[in-house]
Design a protein around this ligand. Sequence first.
Ligand code: SRM
Ligand code: SF4
Length: 559
Amino acid sequence: MSTPLHENEHIKVRSRYLRGTLSESLADGLTGALGGDDAQISKFHGFYQQDHRDLRQERREHYLEPYFGFMLRARLPGGVCTPAQWLAIDGIGRELTSGSLRLTTRQSFQYHGILKHNLKSVIQGINRAMIDSIGGCGDVNRNVLCNPNPVESALHEEVHDWARRISEHLLPRTRAYHELWLDGEQVGGDAEPIYGESYLPRKFKTAVAVPPHNDVDVYANDLGFVAIAEDERLVGFNVLAGGGMGATHGDRSTFPRLADALGFITPEHTLAIAEAVVTTQRDFGDRQDRSHARLKYSIERMGLATFRAEIERRSGVRFAPARPLRFTDQGDRYGWVKGQDDRWHLTLYIESGRLSDGPDHSPMAGLREIARIHEGDFRITPNQNLIVARVPEREKARIEALARTHGLLADGRSPLRRSGLTCVALPTCPLAMAEAERYFPDFIHQVERLADRHGVADQGIVIRMTGCPNGCARPYLAELALVGKGPGRYNLMLGGDGIGTRLNRLYRENLDEAGILAEIDGLFGRFAANRQPGEGFGDYLIRDGIVRAVVNPAEDFHD
Ligand code: SRM
Ligand code: SF4
């Protein structure tokens, strides 16, 4: 007997191109939740139903339904928005959501705590600012990443334009979003030429990288385009496929995987290749078991050569051999950098991407003030920071003064803190097993003390923390990662290369804070004593045999 399709497959088909019963759910004032299939369908419109986990017990004791609120994630290719858009995003956040904003690891922003009756106003508000949320989540192509720093101005503009075009090309075509949120005419029917009525078996992620910077962690994406330039002009892309982070603790059939190179293409073939990869995954992806439904597992099953041949057949494009490329880093370059067009770009430090004003700090207010005078644009980075981009020389001092007043500069933060990355985790993420964002600042403070003690405080070791093994802060590409296992407990992963091209490996399981710090103390001591000149922490761990490099994650990630 063949395995039945996963229930989500039926939900997608029943939804009539993503309509479901969302309008009825929204009209039901008796509950703060959505009904029927709608909590699944809503994801394609960019929002998730959540409940505040810190309040669960108290609500239960008072016989109340959970405190439902919605998280909404926008689509913002390459993370770019104008100052006017920023002011709109900020205003909506303060008036209609929990009052804060979160910059994500995929260059977008999220609101949390939106009450059901405010959802429509939030979505209409961002759309009035020419931003949408369709495909922010769901089994479609998600927000397309692109290196955000337009230092090599002409090349960057061209590459960013490709990121935007890929995102547009792979958008769902259903009118449901317009009907439901923007009061569009009820036209029904629709067709999805790329996705079909079942959409993809699972989420799908695309990134465009501009070497030597791998800030987008291109190898963690289902589909990657690495810009190849000659004389600072784009000549084409190396295409990568099959990357992904998500895994389940102890389940050997799930694993993170780096994308493989398919070959080189010239720019005019970009959309045809993107579409061929997406439709191949649509037709070959696993629709029975969602934990094996990402493209990385399809490629493992098909074999890379068969997969490549299928892409060539569907697109009518033949890959040339991949061009040589070199990455040097995976983080952000903080502070001012001058672009070739004589404009300046200021990368701000936003701890864990969280923008929330309190008695001691006011990052939202600061960014509002900057947005009111800024003439260029803003760019959210894949490391949850923000670039004030394209600043003319004459405005530099004013913008810097505002950033300094509101604590938005990286100055005074240690290299360890600057390289850190965490996911949201508690209290909103339903999948979190442990804290991440809320715990990281204190945790890293203790790691800083150890680094000082061993004389390695000048090292920007890439440390990442997630509340579960799904990998939202791409932990398996860090030199040192903590992956949540249970309350206050983490798996310690070691051995990434600091440029996002090598997976790390489990070193110690289920450690509490004291256990983690004791391990790091020992490791920093060995690193300080034995490292070679210029050697990074992750590279040292591999060379000294403290962990073995992962060669083939399908076989040896869990060893
Ligand atoms: Fe993620 C699920 C947050 C980037 C892999 N992710 C979730 C959910 C929606 C939990 C859920 O399913 O209910 C989290 C919502 C938490 C909350 O309260 O906001 C969540 N993911 C995030 C964000 C906000 C983390 C952050 O701190 O910035 C990132 C939003 C990105 C965006 O703007 O689109 C985010 N998630 C990622 C990344 C990183 C990336 O894409 O570069 C990954 C790893 C790459 C990958 O996809 O392989 C990632 N998220 C997952 C997974 C595991 C997928 C898998 O293949 O197994 C899940 C769980 C799932 O899909 O079942 C997940
Ligand atoms: Fe939630 Fe896990 Fe993603 Fe963190 S890694 S946001 S805990 S799903």
